[in-house]
Design a protein around this ligand. Structure first.
Ligand SMILES: [Zn+2]
Length: 283
């Protein structure tokens, strides 16, 4: 499968001269499977750029279909939806698998961001494509892929992490992972989900000093991500969801610090990269 990053920033878009290298768009990742299927994870502002890219192919002709896995409904994971061009083309088909256990509640939340007080789009009913909303369960099929989901702590709320498997290859998406107390060990449920992943994408939102003053927001440091990668025996760790105030130079320093954390924790063999908008990984 081919994994491409369309938005790697956390919390709010942060375009500008200091974020050109890694990008300023919020969370969105595409997975093109070996069998030619498309799975999208999260609908931050990066989704707009993915949509414009897809319009050159089957989605521009109303012949596209994709599954969208939604970790949670904070702004930086849903704001791209109203500007995702393929949803305005009749014939395209999207199935969203999201949190909350109730497709009706999830659809109401997504509808809420289209409210005319917040958006010119007014309502999901303006979408021309088929847009099915489903509640993710602990195991389900999305575009013929086996997906497992785990609900982890994200500050005072929760988010879903996803394990996506194809032909023995495993990609795990775990963003916005934030334990409520300092120095907590990796969440055993998330360790189990990420076990043996070829690629573990994990948020590295903060350096430790910033997490200490914003713990209630529910995000990880590079140390938390490194500890998870080691505990889960992942092959590669991908850093993701950088704080909106971090410059490219800051992210470079986070990557160096994360490498040191992995090495200290016994993860010398774990590959490391910092997700960058436009980059693609193949596993
Ligand atoms: Zn987020």
């Amino acid at each position: 499968m081919k994994i491409r990053f369309w938005g790697v920033r956390g919390s709010i878009p942060a375009p500008g001269p200091d974020t050109i290298a890694y990008g300023g768009n919020t969370s969105c990742v595409s997975i093109h499977t070996a069998s030619g299927k498309l799975v999208i994870v999260d609908m931050g502002t990066g989704l707009m750029h993915l949509g414009n890219h897809l319009m050159a192919g089957a989605f521009g002709k109303g012949q596209g279909r994709a599954a969208i896995l939604l970790s949670h409904t904070h702004w930086d994971h849903i704001q791209g939806l109203g500007f995702f061009a393929p949803v305005f083309i009749p014939g395209n088909h999207f199935t969203v698998f999201g949190p909350g256990g109730s497709p009706n509640v999830l659809e109401e939340i997504l509808e809420g961001q289209m409210d005319p007080n917040f958006s010119p789009l007014q309502t999901l009913k303006n979408f021309a494509a088929i847009f099915d909303v489903k509640a993710a369960t602990t195991a389900f099929e999305a575009e013929d892929l086996r997906v497992s989901a785990y609900e982890h702590v994200h500050g005072t709320t929760t988010a879903l992490a996803f394990r996506i498997e194809e032909a023995g290859k495993v990609f795990v998406y775990a963003s916005d992972v934030g334990q409520p107390v300092a120095d907590a060990p990796p969440d055993p449920g998330l360790v189990a989900l990420a076990r043996g992943a070829d690629v573990l994408l994990h948020d590295t939102t903060y350096r430790p000093s910033d997490q200490a003053t914003r713990r209630n927001r529910g995000f990880s440091t590079y140390e938390d991500a490194a500890a998870m990668a080691v505990a889960a025996q992942a092959r590669r760790l991908v850093m993701f969801h950088y704080d909106q105030d971090y410059s490219d130079a800051d992210v470079d320093s986070l990557r160096d610090a994360c490498r040191a954390s992995l090495d200290t924790l016994g993860g010398q063999d774990i590959g490391l990269e910092a997700a960058r908008e436009g980059d693609e990984l193949e596993i």
